[in-house]
Design a protein around this ligand. Structure first.
Ligand code: HSE
Length: 338
């Protein structure tokens, strides 16, 4: 399978590292082998080699300029992102550029161009899935290609595969949980006495926060994930205007102390139902499973008819954790197209 990466930041490097580490195992257990044939970035150059790039050399560029990748016969450095999408020999386009939750662009155009070129698409970029889900889903179906986005909600923790595959046959009434690692990390550190700004800086250093962390702290990143869940689980097209969205920036250390004294914790709770969605800080008793979820960890509770409540807890952000989500979707494409 030939893969092209649009974007080569934390998640792209995590994916290449996971693919590199696991290549023998993937070959042995799943008869799966893949080449990364192209990498394209906004400001650090592009690489295309139809026979595949050297993963170790790619990792050694360390997220710096791709000019540092060694020259080899047949290597091209001057293709645009659109040329790589439409003209390369990639079977799968992986859209990893930063999430623009206002317009979804240029990633929406990238995804459409890939579908029109009969290529599968895997995304960690939330913009297109949150803002153009119905249209992209329909186009993928029309073109007979896969449109997968596990990384967009809870990184490699299989929230979407759980709901869409394992829980088929149940009726899901609602999904409710902690969908933003940065804010959960900040709240956890504030409970331990760290000031808000220091906790935010720490979550940025660890690579959890968005390029513009106001998207995290004001609730918009979690709200984007609610839009994705509403589309993917309920076939419901929501917009940000349909939702009550609040963040954590207004929470003071004294609010957190007052809650703790009452045996409660603040959590930024996101919810999607067939009728709508919301994101807001909620005081939960410490006995609630979601209250026990600390750090950058995420969790969702699916409320269903046949299974009652099912809660899934796991990583919601991080380099290898999100890189794994891409790998997991690519393996799903491998299974579905054999
Ligand atoms: N900024 C996001 C978070 C990254 O903190 O959860 C994962 O979507």
């Amino acid at each position: 399978m030939n893969i092209a990466l649009i974007g080569f930041g934390v998640v792209g490097q995590g994916f290449v590292e996971a693919l590199h580490k696991k290549s023998m195992q993937l070959q042995d257990e799943h008869s799966f082998s893949a080449q990364v044939v192209a990498v394209t970035t906004r400001s650090r150059g592009a690489l295309y080699h139809p026979d595949g790039l050297d993963l170790q050399a790619l990792l050694e560029t360390g997220g710096g300029p791709l000019a540092d990748y060694p020259d080899t016969d047949g290597l091209q450095r001057d293709l645009s992102t659109m040329q790589i999408i439409t003209e390369s020999n990639a079977h799968v386009i992986v859209e990893l550029a930063y999430s623009n939750l206002e317009t979804g662009q240029p990633a929406i155009d990238h995804v459409k161009a890939a579908f029109n070129a009969s290529k599968h698409v895997v995304l960690a970029n939330k913009g297109p899935v949150a803002l153009a889900f119905a249209e992209l889903n329909a186009l993928a179906a029309e073109k007979g290609v896969q449109f997968l986005y596990e990384a967009t909600v809870m990184a490699g923790t299989p929230s979407l595969q759980l709901a869409q595959q394992a829980m088929r046959g149940t009726t899901i009434f609602s999904v409710r949980g902690i969908l933003n690692g940065t804010t959960n990390y900040i709240l956890t550190r504030m409970e331990a006495g760290m000031p808000y700004a220091a906790a935010l800086a720490e979550s940025q250093e660890k690579g959890y926060a968005e390029a513009d962390p106001t998207a995290d702290v004001d609730g918009w990143d979690a709200a984007g994930k609610v839009l994705i869940l509403a589309g993917a689980l309920f076939g419901k097209t929501l917009t940000f205007d349909d939702m009550d969205v609040q963040g954590i920036a207004h929470l003071m250390p004294e609010d957190i102390e007052t809650a703790a004294a009452a045996g409660e914790r603040y959590k930024l709770i996101a919810e999607a139902t067939p009728d709508g969605g919301s994101v807001k800080p909620v005081r939960l008793p410490v006995s609630n499973p979601l209250a026990g979820v600390g750090g950058a960890t995420n969790a969702i509770t699916l409320s269903t008819d046949l299974m009652g409540d099912v809660t899934l807890i796991g990583a919601g952000a991080g380099k290898l954790e999100t890189g794994f989500a891409i790998l997991s979707d690519i393996l799903l494409i491998h299974d579905r197209t054999k």
